[in-house]
Ligand binder design. Structure first.
Ligand SMILES: C[S@@+](CC[C@H](N)C(=O)[O-])C[C@H]1O[C@@H](n2cnc3c(N)ncnc32)[C@H](O)[C@@H]1O
Length: 279
């Protein structure tokens, strides 16, 4: 092989970031997560831990919301609920409170504890705008209404290729292969390393839920101001994080991914979250 041919082959096997860093293509994707769908884990949390109040950001058609069996709040500026989930009936029991607005607007104007008639919200699922600054605000705002043993679930924090973290226009020019064209996870992957750094007190479980992972957070602190006090600095820090230069398999190793099999079923959940819904 001539020298030119050799270097051309090398370039075909790696991408160059704007920062000039060259990244091998095999660090730009990993195999599909092998766990159960995230809906199965959410369903088991509702079925076996029996949260007394539920809040969801980003409800779209109501699929994940319909898994709840307690008074619940759903927030989404553009939801269109599938009638089969029967979430919009006025006399529904348990009640469903729907807010057609962004989560920022909801938290600025409403007191979810007063709406739900409870002193804390046992379970929250944050699945709204998949941008890390939005998710950071959703975490800050929702933790205020959590008890220590509440659970906050996050979606899409474990992308399996770089392309699914990029915007549509970025995808057109990315040097990396688009291995899974049907998924979009946004850049919310940045949140888990940030929580590990700034909030080591939160117990974080990352699991291999299909398609882009599920995170469960507990040992929460409604009085903590660490994230809000450092909000601007954290947003800057997140902007500087490049998944391609970290590498997908290194990222997965750093956050530690567990099988959903350890979070499904009554025994697993009641053992892991033994004080859940105990205030
Ligand atoms: C991935 S979908 C939610 C899917 C749903 N949780 C499920 O699992 O079936 C994301 C939703 O977030 C909503 N969304 C976008 N920006 C939002 C915001 N700022 N606040 C709340 N929801 C938002 C979108 O309208 C969309 O319906």
């Amino acid at each position: 092989m001539t020298q030119t041919a050799e270097s051309e082959t090398k370039i075909e096997q790696e991408g160059t970031l704007l920062s000039g860093v060259r990244v091998p293509f095999d660090q730009s994707y990993i195999a599909k997560h092998k766990g159960a769908r995230y809906y199965s884990v959410l369903a088991d949390v509702h079925r076996y831990l029996k949260p007394r109040a539920y809040l969801e950001v980003g409800i779209r058609g109501g699929h994940s919301m319909a898994l709840a069996h307690c008074p619940m709040i759903g927030i989404d500026p553009r939801f269109t609920l599938d009638p089969k989930f029967d979430l919009e009936a006025a006399d529904r029991d348990p009640p469903v409170f729907l807010f057609k607005m962004t989560s920022d607007e909801f938290f600025a104007k409403n007191d979810p504890l007063a709406i739900l008639g409870t002193d804390c919200i046992d379970f929250m699922f944050l699945d709204g705008m998949h941008q890390s600054d939005f998710l950071l605000r959703d975490i800050i705002n929702s933790e205020k209404f959590a008890s220590k043993n509440s659970i906050i679930a996050l979606h899409d924090c474990m992308p399996i290729d770089i392309a699914m973290t990029l915007s549509r226009s970025e995808r057109l020019v990315t040097p990396f292969p688009v291995v899974y064209p049907n998924f979009w996870a946004g850049d919310v992957w940045r949140i888990v390393p940030i929580l590990m750094k700034y909030r080591p007190d939160i117990k974080i479980s990352c699991m291999d839920a299909h398609p882009t992972g599920l995170v469960l957070m507990t040992n929460l602190d409604s009085a903590s101001r660490v994230l809000s006090d450092n909000y601007e600095a954290i947003v800057e820090e997140m902007r500087a994080m490049e998944l391609a230069s970290i590498g997908l398999s290194n990222f997965a190793q750093t956050i530690g991914i567990t099988s959903t099999a350890h979070f499904l079923g009554e025994d697993n959940l009641t053992t892991r979250y033994s004080h859940f819904a105990a205030g």
